[in-house]
Design a binder for this molecule. Structure first.
Ligand code: HEM
Length: 532
């Protein structure tokens, strides 16, 4: 059969010379476009004077490779770049990273300065209509203003009975484990505690996790699996958009763990609708965050149940793993450093001599204790909970960074993505000698250290739940370690916690997965409860 009579398949069997020329020209044009783009980025861009690796400045592929292909490793590449080039480095075509505490308040500025989040972070957060994922300065300000009152110092202090309730649940689980002579996963216990607390505050939901034998472990597991897609979503936002629009049956077949979140969001919507329906007829017995949001001055469009359910999801996610991870890490350090725990217990015994009272301390009694505060600060420094770099954009302001060692000025034009990482700031040896060591004393010796960190971020977009996190950490740690000693140091009460199949690798971040990125297979901090 001649070629003229051959039936046409899905693809043409012959490509004419003219078509071939067309495709070749197109490929050449595309190639030329990318070459010009790379030349522009390397030599003509307003950021071309910032030191750093050419590959990182030329294309996003460099960061993509380290964060997506190598799973959260860019943080360590950035640290190497700082060691090679100094405190300011260019880590992407439009992004600079600065590892200098003195510049924190310039980038993470407060009132009077417009600050936006970078698109990469917004993509990672799935562009949800929530305060944390709002790019625009003004819209973020109004969404945040509606939430702020619930997290003020005064209102957080009122949650003390709830903190005591979760502490009592932790103690009950430890007592049962002691009787049954089995190990307890402290990381899971802390997650259950922090989750129940914020869920109860948001919806008046009571002990969701503690009411379950498995402490709600499948939900926390699902959260960790979701977090694994963060970096991919940063570079391919369409992925998240498509996933969000897929019919529920298809989505849950593809990613079974997502079921947990969907049911959580659906349950949140039902609760929000119930609160809405009851709003005009009855006064709530115990007003929750969502009662407050619904009666706030937010426009009606912002009170839509779907948006508020997404906001609930953020509060639950941000308020759970964060404090829980830091608490787990501090528990590990205290149990593996008997002299540190001894000092802490002596301080607690002196401050609250009554043994029973010491088990449920008030925040007032412990928040000013110097050694406990130093232990918490050291825990937050080494295990900042949110370990990804924090990005900000100043849309209407050019900033200038001056390298303190060389005196060189670096102009950062408006629109530049500026980033800092709390973990890298916390590892600067000039500020923290022997930075990997857990040594609370450093915060007592140098009072300025508290001002050098970025653990809770700063400025207009800093952590909303900082007061809550502190209250949880002070009260839970004081209650627990006022009672339990560590192995080999059976104190007054004669009860102690012994690390079980746990080492530093179970608290040390090895990859940036936004929150904890522990070594593969780690299940967290486990203990045996022993007593005389
Ligand atoms: C040790 C505990 C915690 C740490 C280290 C921590 C850290 C942070 C950091 C670094 C940010 C800023 C992220 C960014 O700019 O990209 C942030 C934001 C946020 N945090 Fe926390 N957090 C903690 C606990 C909590 C708790 C208990 C809640 C309770 C609900 C919470 C709620 C939030 C919210 C809603 C935001 C977004 C604020 C906004 O964009 O306006 N966090 N947190």
């Amino acid at each position: 059969m001649s070629s003229e009579t051959e039936p046409m398949g899905l693809w043409p069997t012959q490509i004419s010379n003219q078509q071939l020329l067309g495709w070749t020209n197109l490929a050449a044009l595309l190639g030329l476009y990318y070459v010009c783009k790379i030349i522009y980025r390397l030599y003509l861009s307003p950021l071309s004077h910032i030191p750093g690796r050419k590959l990182a400045a030329a294309s996003h592929v460099y960061a993509f490779y380290h964060n997506v292909v190598c799973r959260g490793q860019y943080i360590w590449e950035i640290e190497k770049m700082h060691a090679q080039y100094g405190p300011i480095v260019r880590i992407g075509p439009d992004e600079v990273h600065i590892n200098d505490s003195n510049f924190i308040d310039t980038i993470f500025a407060g009132p009077g300065h417009r600050r936006e989040k970078a698109q990469l972070t917004i993509n990672g957060l799935g562009s949800s209509p929530t305060a944390i994922a709002t790019r625009s300065h003004d819209l973020h300000k109004s969404r945040r203003a509606a939430l702020n009152p619930f997290f003020s110092t005064k209102n957080i202090r009122r949650l003390e009975p709830m903190v005591h309730e979760v502490l009592s649940q932790i103690l009950q689980r430890l007592e049962t484990a002691k009787k049954e002579k089995r190990s307890v996963n402290m990381s899971l216990l802390y997650r259950a505690a922090t989750h129940d607390l914020i869920a109860d505050y948001a919806f008046g939901q009571g002990s969701i996790s503690f009411s379950r034998e498995d402490l709600n472990q499948p939900y926390f597991q699902a959260y960790h699996e979701m977090v694994l897609t963060w970096h991919f979503g940063c570079y391919f936002p369409w992925f998240t958009h498509i996933m969000r629009r897929l019919p529920m049956t298809i989505l849950t077949t593809m990613v079974p763990s997502v079921k947990q979140f969907i049911s959580m969001i659906q349950a949140a919507m039902v609760k929000i609708d119930k609160i809405k329906a009851a709003a005009s007829t009855e006064e709530p017995e115990r007003p929750t965050i969502f009662h407050g949001l619904l009666s706030s001055s937010l426009p009606d469009s912002e009170k839509d149940s779907t948006r508020l359910a997404e906001e609930a999801n953020v509060l639950l996610s941000a308020g759970t793993d964060s404090s829980a991870n830091t608490l787990s890490a501090i528990t590990f350090h205290l149990l593996s450093n008997p002299p540190i725990l001894k000092k802490l217990r002596e301080e607690l015994e002196k401050a609250i001599p009554d043994k029973d009272e010491r088990q449920f301390p008030s925040f007032n009694q412990v928040e000013q204790l110097p050694y406990l505060s130093a232990v918490i600060q050291e825990g937050l420094r080494l295990h900042p909970a949110v370990i990804s770099r924090q990005q900000r954009v100043a849309p209407s302001e050019d900033l200038v960074y001056v390298n303190p060692s060389t005196g060189t000025n670096y102009r950062l034009p408006r629109g530049t993505v500026m980033a800092m990482n709390p973990l890298l700031l916390a590892r600067i040896p000039a500020l923290y000698p022997n930075p990997g060591e857990f040594r609370p004393e450093r915060f007592l010796e140098d009072k300025r250290l508290r001002g050098y960190g970025l653990t809770f971020s700063r400025g207009s977009r800093m952590c909303l739940g900082m007061q809550l996190a502190y209250q949880e950490m002070y009260v839970i740690l004081a209650g627990l370690f006022g009672r339990f000693d560590c192995a080999g140091e059976k104190g007054e009460g004669g009860e102690w916690l012994e690390l079980y199949e746990t080492d530093r690798g179970d608290v040390e971040m090895v990859r940036d997965l936004v929150t904890e990125g522990l070594r593969d297979g780690s299940v967290g901090v486990r203990v045996l409860v022993k007593g005389l």
